[in-house]
Structures are given as C-alpha cells and as structure tokens.
Ligand binder design. Structure first.
Ligand SMILES: O=C(O)CCC(=O)C(=O)O
Length: 371
C-alpha cells in the first residue's frame, strides 16, 4: 500500500479512516493548524474545575440557594462544572460505557448499517465530522442517536451488542431526568423560576446522544479527537472513561485564557453550558469551548448527552432579562437551524473561523446567533 500521509481528507472517508484502520502514522490531513490554538498552553491545575454536589438541590431552601449560587458562578466563569452525588447508579454508568465500547469493537459490516453523512438522520455512525467533506479530519469514530422520547427512537438503535438498547436506554433516561433538574436550577439562577423551560423541554425537548470513540493515536499531539467548539444545546452532560476533554478557561492568566484538562474521577459527570443557555442568559453565561486530545495507548470512550428544546422550538432571550441598558444580544434559533448551519459550514475549521478563540463575537455570529 502506498503511503497515504500526504493524501487529502477524501482518502479517509468513513470505513476507511486512519483511526478505524489503526494506521501507524497520522496522515497530513489530520494535522492541526497552529492557528487553531492561538493560546495553547495547558493548565495542569485541574483543581480549578468547579465541582458541585448536586444532591443539595433537593435539600433545604438554604442549601438549594447555595448550590444555585455555585452553579451561577461556574456558568459565568467557565460555562462548565462537574457534578457529584447526582443519583445515577455507578452500574448504569459502567454498563453504558461498556455497551458503547462493545459497539465500536463490532466488525465493520455491523457498524456500516448505521453509516451516514446526513446530519438530520436520527441514528448515524461516522468518523471525523463530515467524512471526506471537511478539510481537516479528526481521530474520532462516533454513533449519534436521538434518545427522547425513548420509545420513538430506541427501535432504530443498534441491536448489537445485544444489551445495547437496554443499557444505553437506561442511561439516557436517567441522564435526561438529571438534565431537567439542572435546567430548573439554571433558570432559577437567572431569576426566571425553576419551571421556566421545564414543560417545553419535558414535552418535546430533544436529547441527542453522541457516543464517541477515540482510538489510540500513534502521534497523539499531531491530531485532535475534536477541534475547539461549543455545543449547540442548552446543556450537555458527559461521561468519559479516560481524560482527554480540555475546556477553555477564558479569564485565566489575566484574561489571556488557558486550556484546562478535565480530570477523570470515577462516577463524576461533566456539564457543558451550550449555546442556547448562553442565549437564554443574554450572554451572562458563556457556552464552554472545548476540544478533545488523544492518547497513544488507550481507547477513550465518551457519552455526550445533548439536551435542547424541540427541533423547531426557538430559543430566544427572555423579556425579563432585557431592558434599555441591556438589550437582547442574540436572535432566536432552533436546533434545526443549527443542523442547517452544519450542512452549510465546515466546522472542522473551528466553526467556520480559524480565529475561534480570538473573537467570541465572531464565533457566535458565524453560527447565526447574532446579526
Ligand atoms: O469526548 C468528549 O469529551 C467531548 C465530546 C464532544 O464535545 C461532542 O460530542 O460534541
């Protein structure tokens, strides 16, 4: 076989990607341009990542107020926090990671049944972001499926491994209840009340489960698992088996910002603030910019559960947060608007902008969130 190092990304379409074939080198089209990471120093002090004991939301009013303050501060400073005592049994977390890993271990023929580049498909298996279409490739394989309401989608999910539907389904249901509880706390922290969005999210809200696999990479610093991006959700709840997730802490080091490696502690879940909570808060809370780095030896699995309003339900800045001094800074948009954006743009290049971290305003503008 000829060395494909210098080939373009179209050589590495799904089913033929370097990461699926365990190539012993990283082809050039996976190389991360230096402009991706204008401030690439990594802060090894992971202790600064906020951790919240979420069980206190169910305690006395005083305790609840305390948690809501912690949450508000984390959303403003990081757009990210970790949660402990969330109430999801460790077996459910372990089982979900196990069936996810089992799916990626299946022969290619079995996984191919779900292969699709159609971002609107309710179940799709693919590699990188848009295979063969984006200029830059990423060392990732993933299965994405809708998960709420479960009875509407579960029959479309993989039947192999045989326990996939049952175990992943259980995890999705538990994580969804948790997302409603956290969203209630977020709207309360913004002075909008606990039930501000709950009926909209409960009735027809979307839950999209991104089941990610990052195989060992022979040159882990030569590629990325995922480029810097923020999620087009209200919140994303993430479970990982290994470290690899890095979040951008914009106000660190006197405002120059730093990447922070999120530590892995068994049983801890991570919560990303997504673009739609940024809109909901009129910019007070910032969606977290994050990326995934690779390792040479182990397969990393992550389950990212994205929670949003309904497919066509528009998120807008609430009137309670707008006045003459503080006008609405975002225009309304839906999850479907984001899918349309994804089709039209090459987000392998930092959501259409190589200056992603230099100008937050440009980034949200490119996503159509502001004029
Ligand atoms: O794997 C991770 O830690 C992050 C996953 C992620 O950002 C995504 O699926 O959009």
């Amino acid at each position: 076989m000829e060395n494909e190092k210098g080939e373009s990304s179209s050589t590495f379409k799904m089913d033929n990607s370097a990461q699926e074939r365990s190539l012993p080198y990283v082809p050039d089209c996976y190389a991360v341009p230096p402009s991706y990471e204008p401030r690439d120093a990594l802060d090894s002090n992971s202790e600064i990542v906020p951790t919240i004991d979420i069980s206190r939301l169910k305690s006395s009013d005083d305790e609840r107020r305390g948690v809501i303050q912690e949450l508000s501060s984390a959303c403003q400073r990081f757009g990210f926090f970790q949660i402990v005592n969330h109430g999801i049994n460790q077996n459910i977390l372990d089982d979900a990671l196990e069936v996810a890993h089992g799916f990626f271990e299946l022969p290619a023929k079995e996984k191919k049944k779900f292969m699709s580049n159609d971002v609107y498909a309710p179940v799709r298996y693919t590699t990188s972001i848009k295979d063969g279409l984006d200029k830059i490739q990423f060392w990732r394989i993933f299965l994405k499926h809708y998960a709420h309401p479960l009875h509407r989608w579960i029959h479309l999910w993989p039947q192999n491994p045989p326990e996939y539907r049952e175990k992943m389904g259980k995890f999705c249901e538990e994580v969804r209840s948790l997302s409603l509880e956290i969203m209630g706390a977020i709207t309360e922290s913004l002075g909008l009340g606990r039930d501000n969005l709950s009926s909209r999210m409960d009735k027809n809200g979307m839950q999209v489960m991104a089941v990610n696999c990052y195989p060992p990479c022979p040159e882990p610093t030569a590629a990325l698992g995922l480029p810097p991006h923020s999620d087009y959700s209200c919140i994303t709840i993430l479970l990982q088996n290994l470290t690899g997730l890095e979040i951008f802490h914009p106000s660190a080091h006197g405002g120059s910002g730093r990447w922070v490696l999120v530590p892995e502690v068994k049983g801890v879940l991570k919560v990303h603030i997504g673009d739609h909570v940024e809109v909901l808060s009129n910019g007070l809370y910032k969606s977290v910019i994050h990326k995934v780095t690779l390792n040479e030896e182990k397969t990393r699995i992550s389950l990212a559960s994205l929670h949003s309003l309904g497919m066509d339900d528009k998120m807008s800045v609430p009137y309670q947060l707008v006045n003459n001094e503080n006008p609405a800074r975002y225009r309304e948009s839906s999850f479907n608007d984001f899918l349309d954006f994804l089709v039209k743009n090459d987000i392998s290049q930092g959501e259409g902008s190589l200056t992603l971290l230099e100008s937050r305003t440009d980034r949200v503008k490119k996503k159509g969130l502001i004029e």
